[in-house]
Design a protein around this ligand. Structure first.
Ligand code: KG4
Ligand code: ZN
Length: 337
């Protein structure tokens, strides 16, 4: 009987060093994530140089730990997968260099993976993906609606014209004096407050699938600064609730519009902001009402943030298409789907 084979997947595009072992049947066997958040917190955002240095320090031990946790040896590996982009170029290069060296030394093929495709394929650990599929990708760097007619085929049908949703969360969080990244904490505060500030819902009435969050961010910041100048104290819970209500309403409306225009079998919500409780609940309710036949897949919290497990799942699709990289593979910070 043939032995089971695995892919070793590596992710280092931003501030998590992560290595996973995934079987060719798409079982996630191990998924080691070393977060650098504590090092970046005091700067209020990810410092690229600091991120690269941490990746260098962590990558080898993460590779060893992922293999040990999965009880696999090099002989059990079929290929090595790595995030090619988008992301911070210095950070990407650490994962890519480690992947190339390991693959070359062990005579294994190298699979290049798009980080955003990875976020979508995280959902494949919950349920097999069925097409056509719509993905709402919401992270610190991206806000996109992606239509997928087939495995590995991506069509961006809507995107943000300025800030990403996660970026807006992090920027208003800073004004509230919260630590970076502040999405999770704002989400928690929002559940204890009410939508009293009536912040703008940008582009909600426009006949397209694009987003804009910079106006909302400015409205929030101006409200807080104006109150400070008048020595007024605003309710932080209501501020958070009002901000979140605006983000969720816009994301929900555009996602429903996208599924009206492009009928699909499944909706995948992916990226760090997919962890948002308000968004998860809002989409669940809206789809149960408007599209009861569309299956909603929102990965568990540990698969929403950056992790190599998702890179391994997306790599399987590329591997089946024989999309392999040469030894000249480079980091591609602006890689699009
Ligand atoms: O996908 P991700 O881990 O990294 C990128 O590729 O950007 O997303 C990180 C983003 C951050 O902006 C963070 O504030 C946001 O996801 N985030 C949240 C929540 N948890 C993380 N935003 C809103 N609500 C949350 N519960
Ligand atoms: Zn990400």
């Amino acid at each position: 009987m043939e032995e089971k084979k695995y892919i070793l997947a590596i992710e280092s595009s931003c501030d998590e060093t992560s290595v996973a072992v995934v079987s060719l049947e798409n079982d996630l066997v191990s998924n080691v994530v070393a977060s650098q958040i504590l090092s970046h917190k005091r700067f209020g955002g990810v410092v690229p140089e600091v991120a690269s240095r941490h990746h260098v320090e962590q990558i080898i031990s993460c590779m060893e730990e992922a293999m040990t946790a999965a009880s696999v040896t090099v002989a059990d590996l079929e290929a090595v997968a790595v995030t090619e982009g988008p992301g911070l170029v210095g950070a990407l290069l650490i994962g890519i260099s480690a992947a190339k060296a390991f693959a070359w030394a062990n005579d294994l093929p190298l699979i290049p993976v798009n980080h955003m495709a990875g976020h979508i394929y995280a959902a494949s650990y919950v349920k097999p993906l069925e097409f056509p599929l719509m993905a709402l990708l919401v992270s610190g760097g991206h806000t996109e609606l992606v239509y997928m007619p087939e495995h590995g085929e991506y069509k961006i049908i809507g995107e943000t014209r300025d800030d990403a949703a996660g970026e807006a969360y992090d920027k208003v969080g800073r004004v509230l004096g919260l630590d970076y990244p502040s999405g999770k904490e704002i989400d928690e505060l929002a559940h204890q407050g009410n939508d009293t500030f009536n912040f703008p819902r940008a582009m909600i009435k426009e006949d397209n699938l694009d987003f804009s969050f910079s106006g909302l961010k400015s409205a929030f910041i101006n409200t807080v600064h104006n109150a400070e100048q008048k020595n007024e104290i605003l309710d932080r819970l209501d501020l958070a609730a009002s901000f979140q209500a605006s983000v969720v309403e816009v994301l929900k409306k555009k996602t429903l519009d996208a599924c009206t225009e492009y009928p699909v079998k499944q909706l995948v919500v992916a990226g760090g902001v997919a962890a948002n409780k308000g968004l998860r609940q809002g989409l669940t309710d809206a789809f149960a009402k408007s599209f009861p036949d569309v299956e909603l897949i929102i990965p568990p919290l540990n698969l929403c943030g950056d992790n190599a497990g998702m890179i391994g799942a997306a790599a399987l699709v590329e591997y089946k298409k024989n999309n392999l990289a040469g030894w000249d593979l480079n980091g591609n910070p602006g890689l699009s789907l």
